[in-house]
Design a protein around this ligand. Structure first.
Ligand code: BGC
Ligand code: CA
Length: 269
C-alpha cells in the first residue's frame, strides 16, 4: 500500500504498521499534536493551578492559625501549670506547718492530761512561787539573790517548807525539770556551777546510788563520763544540757549549788 502522506487526521492511524514512512510521518504529526495538546492543557491548567495555589495558601494560613492558637494554648497551659505547681508547693508547706502544729498541740495535750487529776480535783494546789509539773509541785531557787548551798543545806531548806529534794525517777520528770532549768540558764556561768542538787546520793556505798527515800536508782540521766567520783563526789545534781537525759553529774556534797525541792500538792480541805 502506498503512503498517502497525510498526517494531520486521526484516520492516519489505520495505516500504521503497513508503511514505515507513513508511520514516521504519522509519528511526527502525533508528536506535534501532543505538543499542541500539552500546550493547550497547560493553558487550561493555569486556572486549575491557580485554584490549587489559592487552596494551598488557604491551607497554609489555616495551619499557621492553628499553630498560633496551639502556641497560645500551650503558653496558657504552661502558666496554669506554674500556678498549680506554686499552689502545690504552698499546700505542701501548709501541710508541714499543720503537722508541726499538730505535734505541738499533741505535746500540750499530753501535758494537760498529765495534770488532769489535779485540775479535776480543784482542792489541791502548790505553794506560791512553786510550779506544778506532772502532778507534783516543784521549787527552783532560780533567782540570783538566793545563795547556793551544800546538798545537806539545800535539803534542809526544802524540808522547812514541807518538801524534800526532788526524786527524778522518770523520763517525764527529768524532761520537765530539765526544760525549766535550761530555759533559765545563764550561759555566762561556769558549767559546773550551774547545777541543781537532786535527792540522790551514794554516800553509804560508793557507786550504789540511792534516792533520799531509800529506793535505789534504776535509770540515771548521767552526763558522758559521769558519775566519776572525781573529787570524792557522793551527791548528784542535774545541769542545763542540750540532751536532758545526759544532764547529771556527781559533785562533792559540800559544793555550793542551787537545788530542786519537790512536794505533793497541798489539799485545801
Ligand atoms: C568534772 C566533773 C566533776 C566536776 C567537779 C568537772 O570538770 O568533769 O566530773 O564532778 O568537775 O566540779
Ligand atoms: Ca563528777
Amino acid at each position: 500500500m502506498e503512503n498517502t502522506g497525510t498526517s494531520d487526521s486521526g484516520f492516519d492511524a489505520s495505516y500504521k504498521g503497513f508503511d514505515q514512512d507513513s508511520a514516521d510521518d504519522h509519528f511526527v504529526s502525533d508528536h506535534q499534536d501532543s505538543k499542541v495538546r500539552d500546550r493547550y492543557l497547560r493553558l487550561n491548567d493555569v486556572s486549575y493551578i491557580k485554584n490549587e495555589l489559592s487552596q494551598l495558601q488557604d491551607d497554609y494560613m489555616t495551619t499557621i492559625q492553628s499553630r498560633d492558637e496551639a502556641k497560645t494554648m500551650l503558653t496558657r497551659q504552661i502558666k496554669q501549670r506554674e500556678i498549680i505547681n506554686w499552689d502545690l508547693e504552698h499546700q505542701k508547706r501548709r501541710t508541714r506547718d499543720y503537722n508541726a502544729q499538730i505535734l505541738k498541740i499533741q505535746g500540750a495535750n499530753a501535758a494537760i492530761r498529765a495534770n488532769l487529776p489535779l485540775i479535776e480535783d480543784g482542792c489541791k494546789h502548790c505553794l506560791p512561787g512553786w510550779m506544778l509539773l506532772n502532778t507534783m509541785c516543784y521549787f527552783l531557787p532560780l533567782s540570783d539573790s538566793i545563795n547556793r548551798r551544800s546538798w545537806q543545806d539545800a535539803r534542809t531548806q526544802c524540808r522547812r517548807q514541807g518538801a524534800d529534794l526532788a526524786i527524778l525517777n522518770s523520763r517525764e520528770k527529768q524532761l520537765s525539770l530539765s526544760r525549766q532549768i535550761s530555759a533559765q540558764h545563764d550561759g555566762s556561768r561556769q558549767m559546773y556551777q550551774s547545777g541543781f542538787w537532786i535527792g540522790l546520793r551514794d554516800d553509804e556505798e560508793e557507786g550504789h546510788w540511792k534516792w533520799r527515800d531509800g529506793t535505789s536508782l534504776v535509770e540515771g540521766y548521767w552526763n558522758e563520763g559521769e558519775p566519776n567520783d572525781e573529787l570524792g563526789e557522793d551527791c548528784a545534781a542535774t545541769y542545763p544540757r542540750d540532751n536532758p537525759f545526759h544532764a547529771w553529774n556527781d559533785a562533792p556534797c559540800g559544793h555550793p549549788l542551787k537545788w530542786i525541792c519537790e512536794m505533793r500538792p497541798i489539799s485545801r480541805s
